[in-house]
Design a protein around this ligand. Structure first.
Ligand code: NDP
Length: 375
């Protein structure tokens, strides 16, 4: 084992052959913050296939999904994704949360071509895989990307999951891309959190005109990131303020609730404009109704709204989802290294204070991201 030092680590921090366990925060049941448990006995996620890459985690960040998953959100669908054949394939617990990682490659499968031990990488960890609140995480090569050179691990960990979500929502569902966004009018409902602060910067880098809704005390932040127009939803009647503006080509809704009742009317009619919401009932439905009925119910709801909106106003109604896409993060890395996208880290916690990091996120009113320093 080349480069091995004593005490169980090689020069890249890779666990040696005799290290079989690692430190991680796990949950053994769903619930509130009390279910988070530190453990030093979690099996190291060794590389088991030719395309896998094992990463020593330096920093992770939290997303609203971590709080929801801690409480059991999406449990049925995610367990099906983990173990499509039999639930015995991969037990649900202990479950490691944490969807972002910035770290260093310590081991690669025999077929990995883009990475070598020692490479600094970042990635969004799919929710059906063991998360990044751990010493090590193992992903496929496709899910991993070289980290931006200009960012520390703490800064880099604030970006991958919201970037993958925003890219999937804006590109796949919203029909935007680097070459088609110039002067497009985009409204971001909820611009001050993780997805919002990233999306503003991406859309500005692509040349779009960006309007944002947020609280009064977030206006400076979103304007600093490039937002052209800002509507303070806490002043009341955001729909009224937005209605007097020129209509939009794309709306990205990070809030849900009653927003879609008024947002559809803000789109340019009969011109291919699109409303994309990240707040969908799919996983809630499968949790409460079961996989088949829940999926069918969500599918019917989506189809009904899509048809109603296309017939009545000529606008597209769509759902946006996180999608794993390492290569897409390459484009983001280039924008970060060019200084066009900045990390927005609101709070940092050491690995010993993961429950405090969850508490912070649970209080709401995020202004960017909450990061956990792991190494
Ligand atoms: P955050 O918690 O980071 O940010 C939410 C932001 O919205 C906060 O800044 C909050 O600040 C602001 N906000 C709250 N209410 C309103 C409102 N009525 N109008 C405008 N702004 C408001 O969340 P993320 O950005 O990470 O995620 C956004 C949503 O997208 C979440 O619901 C998340 O679960 C979902 N999501 C879905 C994914 C998918 O695959 N479908 C993937 C990723 C995220 P304040 O309260 O102070 O105004």
């Amino acid at each position: 084992f080349q480069g091995r030092t004593s005490f169980g680590r090689n020069v890249f921090g890779c666990p040696s052959r005799w290290q079989s366990s690692m430190s991680a925060w796990v949950i053994d049941q769903y619930g509130t913050n009390e279910v988070l448990r530190p453990s030093q006995e979690v099996p190291v996620p060794a590389v088991t296939s030719a395309t896998e890459v094992m990463i020593k985690v330096h920093a992770a960040s939290l997303n609203p999904l971590d709080i929801a998953m801690r409480g059991g959100y999406g449990a049925k669908l995610l367990q099906l994704r983990r173990s499509p054949v039999s639930v015995k394939d991969r037990p649900e617990f202990p479950l490691i949360l944490g969807r972002d990682v910035s770290g260093v490659v310590v081991d690669c499968g025999s077929g990995v071509t883009h990475f070598s031990p020692g490479d600094e990488v970042w990635a969004a960890v799919p929710p059906w895989k063991q998360g990044s609140l751990a010493e090590f995480v193992t992903l496929t090569e496709y899910e991993v990307c070289h980290k931006p050179k200009l960012l520390s691990h703490t800064e880099a960990a604030s970006i991958p999951y919201v970037a993958s979500t925003a890219l999937s929502a804006l590109v796949n569902a919203g029909g935007l891309c680097r070459d088609s966004s110039s002067n497009k009018r985009v409204l971001i409902i909820g611009g001050s959190g993780g997805v919002g602060t990233f999306s503003i910067q991406l859309l500005k880098a692509w040349g779009a005109h960006v309007t944002v809704t947020c609280s009064h005390n977030a206006e400076g932040l979103v304007r600093g990131l490039g937002a052209d127009e800002v509507v303070d939803y806490t002043a009341g009647d955001p729909a009224g303020h937005l209605e007097v503006m020129e209509k939009f080509d794309v709306i990205l809704d990070n809030i849900g609730e009653d927003t879609e009742e008024w947002a559809m009317g803000l789109l340019k009619p009969w011109s291919g404009s699109k409303y994309v919401t990240l707040v969908t009932p799919l996983l809630l439905n499968t949790d409460s109704m079961g996989l088949l009925e829940g999926t069918l119910n969500a599918g019917c709801s989506l189809q009904t709204k899509a048809i109603q909106n296309i017939i009545s106003r000529g606008v597209f109604y769509r759902w946006g989802f996180y999608a794993p896409d390492g290569p897409a993060l390459d484009e983001i890395r280039n924008l970060v290294d060019a200084g066009k996208i900045l990390p927005v880290v609101e709070a940092q916690f050491p690995f010993t204070q993961v429950p405090q990091a969850f508490q912070k996120l649970e209080q709401g009113h995020a202004r960017g991201k909450t990061v956990v320093r792991v190494a």
